[in-house]
Design a protein around this ligand. Structure first.
Ligand SMILES: Cc1ncc(COP(=O)(O)O)c(C=O)c1O
Length: 499
């Protein structure tokens, strides 16, 4: 029988170098393993997660099934068959009826998905949120460039900077001001229209990325402004909702699709599936247009035919190959999503609200921390449902070193990174994984960044049992305690501003 290799080895294959494990530690650059990591308290789902036991079991079962199918079918055939099932189940778990006409495309990560859609659309201008608030490779991917020197998921080092002859302009719009405050709806509208209008008025088309939600939990730009822009220029404004954090309720996702917006998702942030996996949902109206588009040859290093619905011309221009690593990563993510969609909406809200209360109370009362403020998540221009995604599930905060009563120093970006990494090292108590630091402001010319405590779908599933729910909140508070210990143990930091 044709062997595919071990499940753990497959899970770290078929992606860019971000998923490659360190040969000594077995961990990728985010500290995640390809096997369940029982010793870690995982609070970093906004960045990446190690696979859960449930996810690993699902991936292993699919690996064995694929090996059996390979007795009578080629790798490409087995891959297409299984990816069709993944697409079908993802659509169904997202509430898309079989006759909705919504199509799903699979990619190696959220960044890869942005890269592929940019190549398919090839528009002259793309508008996106400030790059600190989103995936670090997104700007390059949307401009038509390889997002790192090891960005291809099918191997090979790109010999040109660009994926194809097309090079789009990209404009990034700030989501926070220089003090870290999120922009108001009025400010967002102003900067969106200022960037878009000159191109639209000249008859050009643009791609607007609506980030819901960003790395620190923002919706940007505000939905009402983007809808207004699109209503004014319906043929020229294309909207891709970057819901790669997947922190949106089914009714929000469906409302975006009803508006004719494309929606990018991942299985590896809120869902806490293994690093990394991406998907794109195309509403029927957009699928009808994109179905006949082909991809340039440079995209062949990022996608295979089976990642696309068979009716898409893009599939014809891609290699008839299999990416079993990506298939297994999605299978593990779907195991989390299956459980999550069964949860009672009220349970989700209650846990998110209890978690927020406990965490914000601690962050506001300790001199080592300050909360990075987030406005309420406003989707009122999208739908009038009262859904769980109105609650935040990412809690960003800054770190300080208390120096005397009432006096403290803000840690700079490098120091925050140092503390974030130290938190993951084995210690007397526990290892904690938080969302990796996000650059969020400059204070006195010094770059500072925020750490993030995150709730995942997997945590919400586990929290159905009351004692587990309390334990999860206690774990988050213990992570903050450990952070305070690490900060206090730091050497006197040079170059920090006194506040
Ligand atoms: C809002 C958002 N979009 C896109 C991405 C990129 O997704 P991926 O890490 O799967 O490439 C990220 C990554 O953190 C993100 O936070």
């Amino acid at each position: 029988m044709r062997q595919l290799g071990s499940c753990a080895a497959l899970l770290v294959s078929g992606g860019d170098s971000r998923i490659t494990p360190d040969p000594v530690t077995g961990r990728n650059k985010y500290g995640c393993l390809a096997t369940p990591d029982t010793g870690v308290i995982a609070l970093g789902s906004s960045t990446a997660s190690s696979i859960s036991e449930k996810g690993f079991r699902a991936a292993e079962a699919l690996r064995l099934s694929c090996e059996q199918q390979l007795a009578t079918a080629s790798e490409a055939e087995v891959y297409r068959r299984q990816m069709d099932l993944v697409r079908g189940e993802l659509l169904s778990l997202c509430g898309c009826a079989p006759d909705s006409g919504v199509e799903a495309v699979i990619a190696a990560s959220g960044t890869d998905m942005h890269l592929l859609i940019a190549q398919l659309l090839q528009l002259p201008l793309t508008l996106m949120i400030d790059q600190a608030e989103t995936g670090s490779g997104l700007a390059a991917a949307l401009r038509g460039q390889h997002f790192s020197k090891d960005s291809t998921c099918l191997g090979g080092i790109p010999d040109t900077a660009s994926i194809s002859n097309w090079q789009g302009a990209l404009q990034m719009l700030a989501a926070r001001d220089e003090t870290g405050q999120a922009l108001t709806a009025g400010q967002m509208r102003e900067s969106l229209f200022a960037a878009a209008e000159p191109v639209l008025a000249a008859g050009g088309q643009i791609l607007c990325i609506l980030t819901d939600v960003s790395k620190t939990g923002l919706i940007f730009p505000d939905i009402a402004s983007l809808k207004a822009l699109q209503q004014q220029w319906p043929q020229q404004v294309h909207v891709l909702v970057d819901a790669c954090q997947f922190r949106i309720a089914q009714c929000s996702l469906q409302a975006y699709l009803r508006h004719g917006f494309m929606v990018a998702l991942t299985g590896s942030k809120f869902l806490a599936g293994p690093t990394f996996s991406g998907a794109l949902l195309l509403p029927a109206s957009v699928a009808a247009i994109l179905r006949s588009r082909s991809l340039p040859p440079g995209a062949q290093a990022y996608s295979v035919a089976g990642d696309w619905p068979a009716s898409f011309a893009a599939a014809q221009s891609l290699p008839q190959q299999a990416n079993f690593g990506l298939l297994l990563r999605w299978e593990a993510a779907l195991a989390e999503l299956r459980d999550f969609v069964r949860l009672d909406e009220q349970h989700i809200r209650d846990f998110l609200s209890d978690f927020k209360q406990a965490v914000l109370a601690r962050l506001s009362s300790e001199p080592h921390f300050s909360v990075l403020p987030n406005p309420a998540l406003d989707r009122s221009a999208l739908h009038d449902s009262d859904s769980w995604d109105a609650e935040q599930s990412i809690f960003p905060f800054l770190l300080y070193r208390p120096i005397s009563a009432g006096n403290r120093q803000l840690l700079n970006r490098e120091q925050t990174m140092q503390i974030y990494l130290a938190l993951q090292q084995p210690s007397a108590s526990h290892r904690y994984q938080l969302g990796q630091p996000v650059l969020c402001e400059l204070r006195d010319g010094i770059a500072v960044s925020a750490l993030r405590l995150c709730v995942s779908a997997a945590m919400l599933s586990a929290a159905r049992q009351k004692p587990v729910a309390q334990q999860l909140i206690d774990d988050a508070l213990a992570a903050l305690d450990q952070l305070a210990v690490l900060i206090s143990a730091m050497q006197q930091p040079p170059n920090t501003s006194r506040l």
